[in-house]
Design a protein around this ligand. Structure first.
Ligand SMILES: [Ca+2]
Ligand SMILES: [Ca+2]
Length: 137
């Protein structure tokens, strides 16, 4: 994990670069699909849901969320991913929903960069890394 400065433009440019975004999605999907059946179960998605960090806008920074409450949040997020409600998330659902969530997050951020603790391999971390290589080029 590392602390990074993240702004809305970084997220949007990451999501809108279709080719790079697809590669990241495929990578992440394969990593999460631990039983290799081509879909993600709730148990497999849990790691991803935790790294999405959408909760931090709902829970105050120094307020520790109740674990039971978090489970409810994860479950409702999973349902949001599972568009056809068949109990698992396929690659297309994963991609569509990840994109929407990242864009929604970018919308909610406004113009001020936020400092966030990002997990290695999370999409947000990849977005930051991509932005960094662009600045360096
Ligand atoms: Ca699976
Ligand atoms: Ca599904």
């Amino acid at each position: 994990m590392s602390v990074e400065l993240l702004d809305a433009a970084t997220i949007v440019s990451f999501v809108e670069d279709e080719e790079a975004f697809n590669v990241s999605i495929l990578d992440r999907f394969a990593h999460l699909d631990t039983d290799h059946d081509g879909v993600l179960s709730y148990a497999e998605m849990e790691e991803e849901l935790k790294s999405l960090r959408v909760f931090e806008t709902h829970f105050g920074i120094d307020e520790k969320p109740d674990p039971d409450e978090l489970v409810d949040v994860y479950k409702s997020l999973f349902v949001q991913f599972d568009h056809d409600s068949n109990g698992s998330v396929d690659l297309e659902e994963f991609k569509t929903e990840t994109k929407q969530m990242m864009l929604a997050m970018a919308n909610g951020m406004g113009f001020l960069p936020l400092q966030m603790v990002l997990e290695e391999d999370s999409f947000l971390k990849k977005a930051v890394e991509k932005e960094a290589t662009k600045v360096g080029a």
